[in-house]
Design a protein around this ligand. Sequence first.
Ligand SMILES: [Ca+2]
Length: 150
Amino acid sequence: MDSPWYLLLVLTVALVQPTSGGHCQNGWAQFKSNCYYFSSIDATFKDAMISCISIGANLLEFHNKREEAWVDLQIKHRGYAKGVWLGYSDIQKEGHYVTMSNAEDLGYQNWHEGEPNDWQKNEHCAAIHFQKAGWVDYHCTAKYNYICKK
Ligand SMILES: [Ca+2]
């Protein structure tokens, strides 16, 4: 007949694994020790930032190339068509991009060639651009998808 101990073990593993294998809430994806929320709507840079802060996270800031590669796959999987905001801006000092989370200089960077170019002196927010490889500066009132990270 059935083996109760075996069934108990299977059930225990099934129940325990989601919490021990990952700590992200429902609706968040995990990469390394961080959790990511991928927006289903477009928003301005400011609204995207506020939205992330309201759920206890920050607008996406990249730690390194591997993280960006993972995010790129997630973006393609979700079919984002325009762009994705990054938590970097030079609003405080033109040409000096800093993180929105703590106003630090950027470590890892992946600007598209010739960017940031402050086109028409009106681009102060960073985004991943899909037609170009890498990041661009863009006007902050554009509406893009966004990713919150915590
Ligand atoms: Ca630009």
